[in-house]
Design a protein around this ligand. Structure first.
Ligand code: DGJ
Length: 700
């Protein structure tokens, strides 16, 4: 047996009879804890009406070995070599990785599988498939699978649509496949971000949880399967369109990786494993610099660009303490509305006669950086680019794909189209002091073909290449990945982008759920969380500023509001909120995310606790009318039980509306032990719906 171990979990492989199988994936098993009798203790007999010999699980789930559930690999060579039988020929391993080579001499395929477990418990599975035959091999599917322990009883995944991303659905694991497919050619608003399997009563802080996510930004599939034998497993992979992947003789194909994790301490354990792992990357944004407070002008001006208005916004932004201002859609050739211009990435002299030099200087002298919006994978019929190269669109046959937001997808797998976008964007970035771009992607890919063959896979890789090349040419460049809000947030894009626009919905109540679940695997400092206007542009609802301010604090904070219209009082709050964000961002962007299972489902209680437990910041957010006259006490976990904490209400975000006479008695500050805060708790005020409070806990 070969075991890979992290601080929180382990995976144990078996390599007998030329097979690679996974014996255990879950709780941490230390050296020697399995014992030599474990195989005898777990071996099954033969089932009635089944194979004469017991079958053992294999990472390659194949009919030829007696596996009759959903397979790992499917493909063929012109109808031949359709059934595979891979055998393990070699393996090498260390304490945190295993690389195995498997070969099928008949199908003429070989596979190099690599399992890598980070010290914080995230497992990445990579695979490279080589065609050693002399005909093309059509790869229909490749799904990475991991076994689930028998006690996994439920599956939780996430669904969504525009402005309503990442909504959980939880159901019992039943026989057969539970599947989530995404076929939008981009990650999708509906992308599950992670598929979770969990024990029956698992919650944020207890129970066992297994997760798996495809680390890729194209089409995807996530499964949980329970077979007639009672075996359960979780699987995920890229979803290929018909004929999309044909591996030429002698060539290899890199399968999109998956990332998986196991937590013995609830859903938050999964988040902690991912957040800690991702934060150790040298290119993780907070390892480069603190995340600047951002103002995006989209909802303030939309397409109505005019330098006087932008300067007026900059003046207020400077007063508030904004550090970066992003000029959104509407600055380039022909782009006065959403019907024209995509594809022509040149500054439009009718709106910006002197380019951006003057406005950037105006901002920079006020201590504000400049960021700019692009949507480089798109083109519009009314654009110089389309007029010159109508063939540079993803399409099939003579059909023009259905339009979405009046736009088509530029086929950047075409070298000419790729060079065009790279060249124009590079030129803009080289001409002005721009260190940040917001990169949008506002349509679904349909009929996404290149010269007659489905091209989502190659288009996705071309986007990654484009981002990487822009960063190579412009060291320090940060890229925000946006796709009509949160339609391209995934563990593949996270290696190429530095921030995600979490949702187009800036209504703080709606954002509560969206942010809670997007940060399941994405560290909050990579999620754009902006204070929207008093009346939300998406929902039309009005929301208290304090509620919006608290909501926006738990991420990469920003503002998306016409702040020239704010009252003096609102500006004062924005100012103190901005100062608070700057004071607390190290904690917010490095601490452990804690979500409490609060007894009243009409409210959320969550926060961030410093890793050394010296400090914490919690939000109590009342979503709907409190269920009782007095809300359940706030019981905080993750603190040091034996230490004393000074607890106080943070007032810099403005006051909430309450439904009680008088104030809470601890607001000015009380001292309580971590144990008392966890087991007794704090009486919150009874808050009106869509109101919240922010609580600081500092170790004495
Ligand atoms: C959709 C994005 O999600 C918005 O934030 C904004 O950038 C618009 N596109 C601009 O067209």
């Amino acid at each position: 047996m070969i075991a890979l171990r992290s601080a929180h979990n382990s995976i144990v492989f078996n390599t007998i009879n030329n097979k690679l199988s996974i014996f255990h994936w879950g709780a941490l098993l230390n050296e020697g804890e399995l014992g030599s009798d474990v195989i005898a203790a777990t071996t099954r007999a033969v089932s009635h009406s089944h194979w004469d010999q017991p079958t053992t699980a294999d990472v390659m789930r194949e009919h030829s070995k007696g596996f009759i559930g959903h397979p790992t690999l499917e493909g063929h060579r012109n109808g031949q070599a359709w059934s595979t039988h891979f055998e393990l020929v070699s393996e090498t391993h260390t304490t945190n990785s295993l690389q195995a080579t498997l070969v099928d001499d008949h199908a003429k395929l070989s596979l190099v599988l690599t399992y890598t477990l980070t010290p914080d418990g995230v497992l990445t599975i990579n695979a490279d498939l080589t065609n050693s035959g002399d005909t093309g091999y059509v790869l229909n599917q490749y799904v990475h699978w991991l076994p689930l322990a028998d006690q996994a009883a439920q599956v939780m995944d996430f669904t969504g649509r525009w402005s309503h991303e990442r909504h959980p659905q939880r159901r019992d694991i039943s026989y057969g496949l539970t599947t989530r497919e995404e076929r939008e050619g981009r990650t999708s608003h509906d992308y599950t971000i992670a598929q979770l399997a969990m024990t029956k009563n698992a919650n944020f802080s207890s129970g066992e949880v297994w997760s798996m996510s495809v680390a890729f930004s194209g089409n995807s599939v996530h499964h949980v399967e329970k077979t007639q034998f009672g075996d359960q497993s979780i699987g995920a992979g890229e979803l290929f369109l018909p004929g999309e992947i044909i591996i030429k003789p002698g060539e290899s194909f890199t399968i999109a990786p998956v990332q998986a994790s196991y937590s013995a301490c609830g859903i938050d354990g999964i988040s902690q494993n991912f957040h800690s792992t991702l934060r150790k990357r040298t290119h993780h944004p907070t390892n480069i610099r603190p995340r600047p407070l951002t103002l995006n002008v989209w909802e303030a001006v939309y397409f109505d660009h005019n330098s006087e208005k932008i300067k007026a916004l900059a003046d207020v932004a400077a007063e508030i303490g904004v550090e970066r201002m992003v000029l959104d859609d509407g600055w380039f050739h022909l782009r006065r509305n959403d019907r024209a211009g995509l594809g022509d990435w040149v500054v439009d002299p009718t709106v910006w006669p002197n380019g951006f030099t003057e406005i950037i200087e105006y901002l920079n002298t006020r201590g504000i950086e400049f960021g700019l919006w692009f949507e480089g994978e798109m083109v519009q019929i009314d654009s110089d680019l389309y007029r010159a190269h109508p063939e540079w669109i993803l399409h099939e046959g003579d059909r023009i794909p259905a339009l979405q937001r009046n736009q088509l997808v530029l086929d950047i797998t075409h070298p000419g189209a790729f060079d065009h976008v790279l060249g124009q964007v590079d030129h803009v970035l080289s001409s002005f002091n721009i260190s940040y771009i917001k990169w949008d992607h506002n349509r679904i890919l349909n009929d996404a073909g290149h010269l007659g063959q489905a091209a989502v896979h190659n288009q996705t890789l071309a986007t990654y290449r484009l981002f990487d090349e822009l960063k190579r040419r412009h060291p320090g460049l940060e890229i925000e990945s946006c796709a009509s809000g949160g339609a391209r947030i995934d563990l593949g894009m996270i290696e190429h982008a530095d921030r995600f626009w979490t949702s187009d919905n800036n209504d703080a109540l709606e954002r509560q759920t969206i942010q809670r679940w997007t940060s399941l695997v994405i560290p909050p400092e990579m999620l754009g969380t902006h204070i929207g206007p008093t009346r939300g542009h998406q929902t039309g609802k009005t929301t208290e500023l304090s509620f919006r301010a608290i909501n926006a604090l738990f991420g990469h904070a920003g503002i998306e509001w016409d702040i020239t219209e704010t009252t003096a009082h609102e500006r004062e709050i924005l100012k103190s909120w901005a100062a608070l964000y700057k004071e607390k961002r190290t904690l917010l962007h490095s601490g452990r995310s804690v979500r409490i299972d609060y007894p009243d489902s009409h409210a959320f209680l969550y926060g961030v606790v410093a890793h050394d437990k010296s400090e914490a910041l919690f939000a109590f957010m009342q979503h709907l009318m409190p269920s009782s006259n007095f809300s359940p006490k706030l019981r905080f976990t993750g603190l040091d039980a034996s230490s004393q904490y000074r607890v106080r209400l943070i007032t810099e975000v403005g006051a909430p509306r309450t439904l009680q006479v008088g104030n809470i008695t601890w607001g000015e500050g009380v001292v309580l032990s971590g144990a008392a805060l966890e087991s007794v708790g704090l009486q919150p005020p009874t808050l009106a719906p869509e109101n919240g409070i922010l609580i600081s806990l500092i170790k004495q």
